[in-house]
Ligand binder design. Structure first.
Ligand code: MG
Length: 203
């Protein structure tokens, strides 16, 4: 198994829509960023990439690249999921903590959990969404996200053992069939010569 951890922060900015965890949230301010500023999806993306040692979100989607201007962060997450699958792993569960003064996340936590689970192709019960206010940090104008992921191999070692046993026994079966065909009367039949005429000669 492998674990991954991701962290991100974005400042609040007036006049931009707020997107967290792939959800559009009603709020007077959004998160500033080159992309849609989805702090939670960015942290999960980094956790996934980190779990398979595939770099980080900035190495895949440099902030200077105009293609990612106002981009939907679900694209970044989808790329991280591909990296995880290519490395031969799948997600067991994801846990996250948001740190922000406003808006209140608890009334949205259920919806957020379902949306993040949908984006990760997981059950909502495999996604943790927690939120805290930044007490004593003097960071009321910032949203911070932490994410931890656990991965397991797509093919488990016991499955591999079963597969290799099946391959061994199937090659044995193949050998038995070959030896039977070469010895049995059927084998002689297969080597029988074709008749000297074909259907065209009969018309
Ligand atoms: Mg970010």
């Amino acid at each position: 198994m492998r674990i991954g951890f991701g962290w991100d922060s974005h400042a609040f900015k007036p006049g931009v829509p707020l997107r967290i965890g792939g959800l559009a949230i009603e709020h007077p301010e959004g998160l500033a960023g080159h992309s849609d500023g989805d702090v939670l999806l960015h942290a999960i993306t980094d956790a996934l990439l980190g779990a398979v040692s595939a770099g980080d979100i900035g190495s895949f989607f440099p902030p200077g690249d105009p293609r990612w201007k106002n981009a939907d962060s679900a694209i970044f997450l989808a790329t991280a999921l591909e990296e995880v699958a290519t490395a031969g792993y799948r997600i067991v569960n994801v846990d996250t903590t948001l740190v922000l003064a406003a808006p209140k996340i608890s009334p949205l936590a259920g919806e957020l959990r379902e949306r993040v689970a949908e984006l990760l192709h997981l059950k909502p019960s495999d996604v943790g969404i927690k939120a805290k206010t930044p007490e004593g940090l003097n960071q009321d104008h910032v949203a911070i996200a932490h994410a931890a992921v656990l991965l397991e191999p797509l093919v488990k070692s016991e499955d591999l053992a079963r597969l290799s046993a099946a391959i061994d026994s199937s090659s044995e079966i193949d050998d038995v069939v070959k030896s039977l065909v070469s010895e049995a009367p059927l084998g002689a039949g297969l080597r029988r010569k074709l008749p000297a005429f074909d259907t065209d000669d009969l018309t």
